[in-house]
Design a binder for this molecule. Structure first.
Ligand code: ZN
Length: 412
């Protein structure tokens, strides 16, 4: 069937206490940081990104002669390259590293979850044992997962490790398809059977307007004190406070939504279909549905949580290029034009419908055309008829009635 099993990745971040002296570990972290910095300094002069092969040729033997193990060396130059890449991408200057942190490959550590002891292999064949300071329950979750990488950090006198765990998930064979349309002020989701019958429709509000208010507030302060806001303590504090509020609201919402959507998808055994937001940028027309001031990262975060929660439940998640999903008639393929608030109308066949619902229908259709195992290829889902009341969404009536935000298909 499919090539690769989907995998779930999660990091466990814990404080770690070195057994005995921490001198060698600190020495390693400093050496590592300075090595990354020197690689950064050297590749900063190149005009373009370097291939893994080239990086290896340029830096491997130098790094090994400094006392690094083979995989340390690899992590050092890859990390340096990624730092330079993202600095270039964001138009920043040459990265300067201050923090002590090192990424360590699975070949250079041993993790014993029973004794909660982590052994790190350092430079020049030194080893250090670290006791993980955390509760058993937190660790217990990862039994049976594999771990493949970790990051060790030194911050304000304490060592922290983030261990990356991975497990493959057993997939649920989809019986329905749930397509999700993300907008500035709502998320619309629709569940279809594999032969195109709509089963459920749900619209959820987003807190984005609230977040935008905070955002505007920040911009106003920054505008008023355009040069000085960073240096006036009270102003900087206020900006930070609002920034934190934005982060809290958005993470909180994203987690809740991800959980709710994934539970619903599991109940219906749905394949989850999302818009590919990367493609959206290429298409260059996100303007109307998404608020640019919030940034695309905001919408990506929501998708990230939906995707994560769905995958954790073994559901298939597919991203579809959203091109045309809000401009094509789901009945005849003609061009849709705006016809009042949120309503789109087809010039060719007269079909009219809610903008967001149309998008979910079109996403579903794109998914089906790419995954012909779902139903009969080429069979269009029953495009909802304009005169159909919400109860016209067939399916278990009771179930539909329990949804508080059960939407009105064609009203406002
Ligand atoms: Zn039409």
């Amino acid at each position: 069937m499919r090539g690769e099993e989907p995998a779930l990745v999660e990091a466990l971040k814990v404080r770690a206490l070195p057994e005995g002296s921490c001198g060698k570990l600190l020495e390693f972290l400093r050496l590592y940081r300075d090595a990354v910095q020197s690689v950064v300094d050297r590749i900063w002069g190149f005009d373009e990104g370097l291939s893994k092969k080239r990086l290896h040729r340029l830096f491997y033997s130098d790094l090994v002669s400094m006392g690094f193990r083979a995989h340390h060396a690899k992590e050092v130059y890859l990390y340096a390259e990624s730092l330079v890449g993202s600095a270039r991408g964001s138009g920043g200057g040459r990265p300067v590293l201050r923090r002590l942190s090192a990424r360590i490959d699975k070949y250079d550590y041993r993790l014993d979850l029973d004794s909660m002891v982590l052994t790190l292999k350092l430079h020049s064949n030194y080893e250090v044992r670290l006791k993980l300071v955390t509760s058993r329950e937190r660790v217990e979750k990862f039994r049976g997962w594999s771990n493949y990488e970790l990051v060790v950090k030194y911050d304000k006198g304490e060592f922290w490790v983030s261990i990356y765990f991975k497990r493959s998930v057993k997939t649920v064979e989809p019986r329905t398809v749930m397509s999700i349309d993300l907008n500035f002020d709502n998320v619309t989701l629709a569940v279809f059977t594999l032969n195109g019958r709509p089963v459920k429709l749900k619209r959820l509000k987003t807190p984005h307007r609230k977040v935008l208010t905070q955002r505007i507030w920040i911009e106003r302060i920054q505008g008023r004190y355009s040069r000085s806001w960073r240096y006036i303590r009270s102003v900087r504090r206020a900006v930070e406070r609002h920034g934190e509020r934005i982060r809290n609201i958005s993470w909180d919402y994203a987690h809740k939504l991800g959980d709710l959507v994934a539970e619903l998808a599991l109940k219906h055994r749905s394949a989850v279909v999302l818009e590919d937001l990367e493609k959206l940028r290429e298409n260059g027309k996100r303007g109307r549905r998404f608020n640019k001031r919030l940034g695309l990262w905001f919408y990506r975060r929501i998708q990230f949580c939906v995707e994560y929660e769905a995958m954790e439940r073994g559901l298939e998640v597919v991203k579809i290029n959203p091109r045309g999903t809000s401009s094509k008639c789901p009945r005849c393929g003609g061009k849709l034009v705006e016809d009042g608030y949120r309503v789109l109308r087809c010039r060719k066949c007269g079909f009219a419908g809610d903008r967001d619902v149309i998008a979910t229908v079109n996403l579903y259709r794109k998914y089906v055309s790419k995954h012909p195992r779902c139903g009969v290829p080429g069979v269009a889902p029953n495009a909802p008829k304009p005169d159909e009341a919400p109860s016209g969404m067939r399916g278990k009536r009771n179930e539909a009635m329990t949804i508080p935000t059960y939407m009105n298909l064609y009203g406002n």
